[in-house]
Design a protein around this ligand. Structure first.
Ligand SMILES: CC(=O)N[C@H]1[C@@H](OP(=O)(O)OP(=O)(O)OC[C@H]2O[C@@H](n3ccc(=O)[nH]c3=O)[C@H](O)[C@@H]2O)O[C@H](CO)[C@@H](O)[C@@H]1O
Length: 345
């Protein structure tokens, strides 16, 4: 009989990509993968290893939608329970967000060993809830230890997509050639998997003020019409490793995926945390890195100070930071996760 695993975690790239990276690793280990997500998230357009089940579920937001959303999450839990009864997975692993709720409940109802992974410094409500029934909790940042029971919490780091990691060994000059870029310094600016309007505005201002720089902006959902000779725009870019490799300075939100990928590439970044992230987790995802002098964190309401800070950073030789930043990178998170799971099964 083949080994089987049920995996959840979607909605945004931040939950989906670590779930995907771990799934690919487990598939290589001989597991049959069953993935559970939402019809409305990033997962609807992405290939996945194994079987993909997408449901009509949304996050619990606002008073009116609360009852309806909760009902749908519960209904989905019972549908997944039926699939568990049929397929009898060896274990389930959830990567947070509301899309993890149904699989978490279904695992409890069927006594399936459940593991969870927390991507952020401050756990989501879902993971706090699921941590009560999980066999082990895998975390990304040291900051999260205090929120979970010590005896079952392990720091594994964040699984990073192979396609991103594959670019780590590419030479910067090669990356420039692939993208046909000249030798100007490159500033990459983007707001996570969804994009961010404020960062797009900043990208335009940088491009206008510094013709000696090339600005690459992934603009995400909020498109704009500005055309400038030194501004390169993409709505979304699949090969992020290539962009990281080519860039000299990065300006971004501090979602966990972004932060861990930038650490892997040793990039010095100006992080502008998303101000409305739950419990301000984006700020705490990078505060520690700034305290070590290895990044700059700027609150969105301090953007008036941006150009002063940016000018100072341009004067630094930030390649000096590269190795120091890389020291904090974990490139084998999925392997660490699997080893911890094996100890329990
Ligand atoms: C607004 C919000 O609440 N965002 C949350 C969401 O962020 P979000 O979904 O933005 O996620 P992250 O910053 O964690 O990761 C973004 C991922 O998208 C990829 N990417 C991005 C742009 C692009 O053009 N191409 C591409 O492939 C990046 O390589 C990265 O792997 O989940 C994260 C992980 O739980 C949280 O830390 C964030 O706080």
């Amino acid at each position: 009989m083949s080994k089987k695993v049920f995996i959840a975690g979607g909605g945004t790239g931040g939950h989906f990509y670590p779930a995907l990276a771990t799934s690919k690793y487990l598939a290589e280990k001989g597991y049959e993968i069953f993935y559970f997500g939402t019809k409305y998230g990033i997962e609807k357009d992405k290939d996945f290893v194994g079987k993909k089940f997408l449901y009509d579920i949304k996050g619990i937001r606002g008073k009116t939608g609360k009852i309806k959303s909760s009902f749908k999450l519960l209904k989905t839990a019972f549908e997944i329970k039926k699939i568990i009864k049929k397929e009898k997975p060896d274990f389930a692993i959830c990567f947070g967000g509301y899309t993890s709720v149904p699989l978490g409940i279904a695992s409890k109802l069927t006594n399936t060993p459940l593991f969870i992974h927390e991507q952020n410094s401050i756990p989501s409500y879902t993971n706090l809830l699921l941590s009560k029934i999980a066999k082990k909790i895998f975390i990304t940042f040291d900051y999260s230890f205090k929120y979970f029971p010590k005896n079952k919490t392990v720091k594994t780091g964040l699984p990073i997509r192979k396609s991103v990691k594959d670019r780590l060994n590419l030479k910067k000059e090669e990356a420039r050639k692939i993208l046909s870029l000249d030798n100007r310094k490159i500033v990459l600016i983007f707001g996570g998997s969804q994009g961010a309007k404020r960062l797009n505005e900043l990208a335009v201002n940088i491009a206008k003020n510094y013709s000696n720089l090339l600005v690459i902006n992934i603009f995400g959902k909020s498109d704009y019409n500005e055309e400038l000779p030194n501004l390169i725009k993409f709505p979304y870019y699949e090969d992020m490793g290539l962009l990281y490799k080519v860039s000299d300075i990065v300006i971004s939100r501090s979602g966990s995926g972004t932060v861990n990928e930038l650490i892997a590439f040793g990039k010095y970044s100006i992080y502008i945390p998303y101000p409305y992230a739950a419990s301000d987790h984006q700020f705490y995802n990078v505060k520690w890195l700034e305290e070590k002098g290895l990044s700059k964190v700027l609150r969105e309401n301090q953007l008036n100070k941006f150009f002063e800070i940016f000018d100072n950073i341009l004067k630094l030789d930030i390649t000096n930071f590269e190795d120091k930043i890389k020291q904090f990178s974990i490139l084998n998170a999925e392997e660490r996760i699997y080893k911890e799971i094996e100890k329990v099964l």
